[in-house]
Design a protein around this ligand. Structure first.
Ligand SMILES: *[C@@H]1O[C@H](CO)[C@@H](O)[C@H](O)[C@H]1NC(C)=O
Ligand SMILES: *[C@@H]1O[C@H](CO)[C@@H](O)[C@H](O)[C@H]1NC(C)=O
Ligand SMILES: *[C@@H]1O[C@H](CO)[C@@H](O)[C@H](O)[C@H]1NC(C)=O
Length: 453
């Protein structure tokens, strides 16, 4: 038996302290005094590594790691830095905003050099671990704690990071006289055990290759996708509502619904299950959803109860309802606004519906986990408005069991999921082209090819 050649010695493939000319400046506008040399060193080196991974040229134990699609560029974020600092300034004894969003290292090594050189040493250690341990072809995260840092750095969906260091933590234990604590906090969680750390595929060459976040662009020089969620904090769309969203977050939620409906109408959504080699039928009459504050205010009643359960139909007259939870109690609102609709919609590629769009009781009452009711509500053509609420529930419940969670409730008006009706009217024409396609009183949005009610 011939063994493949495998790297036996960790290779040094990073990294440089960048860019020294900015050492004294504070272009990033963060209030802590780490200095921008530290910040740029952290974010630029993580991006260089992500670029090499996307390109398919980062070393694995044997050969290279597979190339990546939807690998997002990280932007430095001062709020995340503050969260990291809260942790490092307590020498690691404070609770952290969310374990799944963070990466922390404590070291008994004596502190030498600068903040920038120390964080590079930490990165290098974590990145060498993949060369020692190796990743499988599907880059599923094994859960090996030696690879947690690497997994955190390459999780493709992350878009922002902030880091902090504390060189002067002293433990009472005299055998640990020098202790540095380094922490980076990211905007989205690292891939969980068993799930791929990133999407294996080809690095982006065009904006349309970047599909994780709406409105993403491709940086063609690096092959990294870019997405910067801009949220002014304005909250005027739904006066008096306590739904937990800002207007930007509401719009993100709405845009996800409409992007998926637009893609479906244009015949671009993969079917699944026994129809996995086909695409769901297209439609020229699919409608564009609008945000509905009355629906949102009704959804608040469920979300604030922190009990993961559907409301009765009397509690939501004429409205449908989809529920989502993350075990991350502090899941950021913007993350939830993107994750919830994608999770519901994933029933289509995961379980499939087929070319006959009739929602029969056999289709609707499938055995768990093959149920598709969240997808069919999202895709229901005659549901034209949506409103949602979010609640962080540290003592939430599910089926009577305490279940800490972030809880998202979307309700829909008019309700969908009527048995023995078609989810939508299919057509060979993919998306509307003219107002006439949409029928009386409706107009065609020729950009997303959805009908505006
Ligand atoms: C990307 O990969 C090609 C080979 O496929 C290599 O020539 C090039 O140097 C790589 N670029 C980076 C930035 O790693
Ligand atoms: C918004 O939802 C309410 C029900 O909660 C409904 O009465 C109203 O007509 C909806 N608005 C639109 C524009 O559909
Ligand atoms: C859906 O199937 C049911 C049961 O076969 C049938 O009664 C109903 O008319 C069908 N609906 C449509 C829209 O075809």
């Amino acid at each position: 038996m011939i063994s493949p050649f495998c790297a036996m010695v960790p290779v040094c493939f990073l990294l440089a302290i960048l860019p020294l000319s900015l050492a004294a400046s504070n272009q990033l506008g963060c209030s802590l005094n780490f200095g921008d040399d530290f910040r740029y060193t952290a974010v630029n080196n993580l991006n260089i590594y992500r670029q090499i991974v996307a390109n398919g040229t980062a070393p694995n134990k044997c050969g290279s790691l597979p190339a990546a699609k939807n690998m997002y560029k990280l932007f430095y974020n001062c709020d995340l830095e503050s969260k990291a600092y809260a942790y490092t300034s307590s020498c690691g004894s404070s609770s952290v905003p969310s374990n799944s969003m963070n990466y922390m290292t404590m070291s008994s090594a004596p502190w030498t050099g600068t903040a920038a050189s120390n964080i590079l040493t930490i990165f290098q250690t974590h990145l060498n671990a993949i060369v020692t341990n190796g990743a499988p072809a599907n880059v599923a995260f094994s859960g090996n704690s030696a690879l947690s840092g690497w997994n955190s750095y390459v999780t493709g969906t992350k878009t922002a990071v902030g880091c902090a260091v504390n060189p002067s933590c002293t433990y009472s234990n005299p055998s640990f006289p020098y202790m540095m604590v380094v922490a980076c906090v990211f905007d989205t969680p690292a891939a969980s055990t068993g799930n791929p750390s990133y999407e294996v595929g080809t690095k982006c060459a065009a904006d349309s290759d970047c599909t994780t976040y709406m409105g993403s662009t491709c940086d063609t020089t690096t092959g990294l996708c870019q997405y910067q969620f801009v949220d002014s904090g304005a909250n005027t769309l739904c006066p008096g509502s306590t739904a937990g969203w800002t207007d930007a977050q509401r719009n993100l939620m709405l845009q996800w619904h409409n992007q998926l409906r637009s893609s479906l109408a244009q015949g671009k959504e993969k079917d699944g299950g026994s129809y996995a080699s086909t695409y769901a039928p297209g439609s020229k009459t699919m409608t564009q959803m609008a945000y509905n504050c009355s629906v949102e205010i009704n959804a608040v009643n469920n979300a604030n109860g922190c009990d993961f359960a559907h409301t009765t139909s009397a509690q939501r007259p004429g409205m449908g309802e989809n529920l989502y939870m993350s075990s991350d109690v502090n899941q950021p609102e913007a993350t939830a606004a993107a994750a919830a609709p994608q999770a519901w919609w994933s029933e289509l590629p995961d379980y499939g519906f087929g070319p006959d769009l009739n929602l029969t009781s056999a289709q609707f009452n499938r055995i768990a986990p093959a149920q598709i009711g969240h997808y069919t509500q999202m895709a229901w053509q005659e549901t034209t408005t949506v409103g949602c609420a979010i609640k962080h529930c540290p003592t939430g419940t599910m089926n009577g069991v305490v279940t800490p969670m972030t809880y998202v409730v979307c309700q829909y008006y008019p309700a969908g999921n009527y048995l023995n009706q078609n989810i939508y009217v299919k057509s060979t024409q993919l998306g509307c082209a003219t107002n006439a396609d949409c029928g009386a009183g409706r107009t065609c949005n020729t950009v997303n090819k959805l009908c505006v009610v």
